[in-house]
Design a protein around this ligand. Structure first.
Ligand SMILES: Cc1cc2nc3c(=O)[nH]c(=O)nc-3n(C[C@H](O)[C@H](O)[C@H](O)COP(=O)(O)O)c2cc1C
Length: 214
């Protein structure tokens, strides 16, 4: 990767998908709150935030999740485990609650936002349940990106993870009863000195291959 004077690119080059975490190192409450706030600030379609994040702190639950993630050690060894869960459906009530929050935050009347609410409901009404679930899942990934980038700026390590049995995660965390499905995982903590991958060069396309000018 080219060297750069941009501090954000320096942070992004520092980041890597950590395989082995140092179990003795703890993320400060301040850094954790910054990371969680950055997740909350992710852009979402219409602003609906159709996902929730399980912050799994119970060691026994994390052991079970590790088994459902094919034994990947990051699940138990990282200081924090976040399971990004997407809404399986988006009800009219959910949209109405959102509209009410906009009205409250922006000091306006719900009646002024009726058109916006109807647009959202109309758009969702044109999708199959599978399309809605796929759409909500995609929103969660944008928030995952915020987590990875923000953690890197704080020199906190992370690993994004899709290598898990989503149905088993759903069972263990009781997600279906909450109208949720497991989309993607992020573990957060500090790299172990023994993790050799931290020394590996980044493998990325040249920008000329990634970007196509039309
Ligand atoms: C959606 C997603 C799922 C991933 N799943 C896993 C995983 O289950 N286990 C793992 O160790 N790494 C996982 N990774 C990490 C990738 O392997 C890693 O990001 C990629 O090899 C590029 O390396 P870098 O992130 O270290 O630059 C995942 C990454 C993403 C974005």
């Amino acid at each position: 990767m080219t060297t750069t004077s941009s501090s954000l690119l320096t942070d992004l080059n520092w980041r890597y998908a950590t395989k082995k975490f140092d179990t003795s190192k703890k993320v400060s409450a301040e850094d954790l709150e910054t990371i969680m706030s950055a997740v909350n600030l992710a852009a979402t379609s219409y602003g609906l935030q159709p996902f929730r994040v399980m912050h799994v702190q119970d060691p026994a639950v994390r052991e079970k999740l590790k088994a459902a993630a094919y034994g990947q050690p990051q699940i138990t060894d990282a200081d924090h485990l976040f399971v990004f869960c997407h809404l399986l459906e988006v009800s009219d009530e959910y949209v109405d609650d959102y509209i009410a929050r906009i009205a409250a935050e922006r000091n306006t009347d719900v009646a002024n936002l009726k058109g916006f609410g109807d647009t959202i409901k109309g758009s969702l009404g044109n999708k199959t349940s599978q399309e809605v679930a796929d759409w909500t899942r995609r929103q969660a990934y944008i928030a995952l990106g915020h987590l990875l980038v923000t953690a890197a700026t704080l020199r906190v390590d992370s690993c994004p993870m899709e290598g898990f049995d989503a149905a088993a995660f759903g069972e263990i965390l009781g997600l279906k009863d909450q109208g949720l499905g497991a989309a993607v995982v992020a573990t957060v903590g500090y790299r172990s000195e023994e993790d050799q991958l931290q020394h590996a060069a980044k493998v990325r396309l040249p920008l000329t291959e990634l970007f196509h000018t039309v």
